[in-house]
Design a protein around this ligand. Structure first.
Ligand code: SF4
Length: 373
């Protein structure tokens, strides 16, 4: 296993995923496939956000641990390489419990109540009581997850940009209140007079942000996330039960495709259709070769092909994508996955603790007494 490398010169990137169980093609195309590309350009931290699962599933936590392992396996199967990136479990890194408390002290309630997904999820998950402190505060948990690693970028799709914006606001607010203290111009002594601190503040004006601020504001790294419909034509999502899993064997993929909805205007085999209005057409756009794609357009619009044939071509393309992923998955034992997660979590802990030390000092919390010899 590689040694922790805290001083890498590549820009740093962090992203995570909730442990919802086995991942599907929507997860792959929306995030994982991009992460695999990023691991050679950036210093990457990817984590399984099991504490986030608690914000909605606190009453029954029985699936969180098994799902965490499934997601880790899918990360590795998709091509994340623990030698080129750090893969860890959020709850194994204790700093993820610490920073949310401190950032929660400075985050106004109004910011949290305004987050669009707060009301939306309460309505969508009406069977669960989400009037909890943990659920309201999940954006603070998310901001902490990000800021602990002081990343340059957070890779997200278009629809998640607002989450990163809130993280930036929390960082900005923290930086307005507190400054780095290892800079010689900032007093180290937490009991030093307000006057001395004020003088220090003035002298900090010309310093670059990276020297003044503990929590740099991360930027969005917009990643392409193509429209990927599920078998019922809606966005592919576990909650709709319309997914194609990364682990689905070929016969299951073909069966799911057979039941997939098509252009509703194409009722009979002799009716011409329009691939731009068909979810199977959307799959072809993402996964098929240009040659197959041209055959789909011509054949569908002229009624020269039937939907069964067209779906079988889409299934061929999906099987080609899934096959290497499934072969890689089969190569890992549970013990190996746990070892990879333990190693990644210990590297993440080292990085996160560096930030926590700066945060505690900047907030001028009373330094702990040195441990007895
Ligand atoms: S031929 Fe293909 S693209 Fe056209 S409606 Fe049928 S499944 Fe959809």
């Amino acid at each position: 296993m590689p040694e922790p490398d805290l001083l890498t010169s590549r820009p740093r990137v962090l992203s995570g995923m909730r442990p919802t169980g086995k991942l599907h093609l929507g997860n792959y195309m929306g995030a994982l496939a991009n992460w695999v590309k990023l691991q050679d350009q950036y210093e990457c931290y990817f984590f399984i956000a099991d504490l986030h699962a608690l914000t909605t599933d606190y009453a029954d936590t029985s699936n969180i641990a098994p799902n965490t392992l499934e997601v880790a396996l899918d990360f590795l199967a998709a091509g994340l390489d623990p030698k080129r990136c750090t893969i860890f479990v959020q709850s194994w890194v204790e700093q993820h419990y610490q920073l949310p408390l401190l950032l929660g002290m400075i985050t106004p309630l109004g910011w949290l109540e305004r987050v669009p997904s707060y009301k939306e999820m309460q309505e969508n998950l009406a069977s669960k009581d989400l009037t909890t402190f943990g659920f309201l505060g999940y954006p603070v948990l998310m901001a902490s997850d990000i800021l602990l690693y002081q990343p340059d970028f957070v890779p997200v799709g278009q629809d998640q940009q607002a989450h990163v914006e809130l993280t930036r606001e929390v960082a900005r607010r923290f930086n307005q209140f507190y400054l780095k203290v290892h800079n010689p111009k900032v007093p180290k002594d937490p009991f030093e007079s307000g006057e001395a601190f004020g003088e220090a503040l003035k002298s900090l004006g010309k310093l670059p942000d990276s020297e003044k601020y503990v929590l740099p504001e991360p930027r969005v790294l917009l990643t392409p996330s193509p429209k990927l419909p599920g078998t019922d034509g809606r966005k592919m999502s576990k909650s709709y039960g319309n997914t194609i899993l990364l682990t689905d064997p070929e016969p299951v993929v073909r069966q799911k495709l057979k039941t997939m909805v098509t252009d509703p205007a194409r009722i009979r085999r002799s009716d011409p259709g329009e691939p731009d209005k068909c979810p199977v057409g959307d799959l072809h756009k993402v996964f098929s070769t240009a040659e197959t794609f041209a055959k789909v357009y011509d054949g569908c619009r002229s009624a020269g092909i039937g939907c069964i044939e067209c779906k079988s071509w889409a299934a061929n393309a999906l099987v080609q994508i899934l096959e290497p992923i499934q072969i890689r998955r089969a190569g890992f034992t549970e013990a190996q996955v746990k070892e990879i997660l333990e190693d990644g979590s210990s590297r993440a802990r080292a990085r996160a603790e560096q930030t926590m030390q700066e945060v505690r000092a900047a907030m001028r919390l009373t330094p702990a007494a040195p441990a007895a010899q």
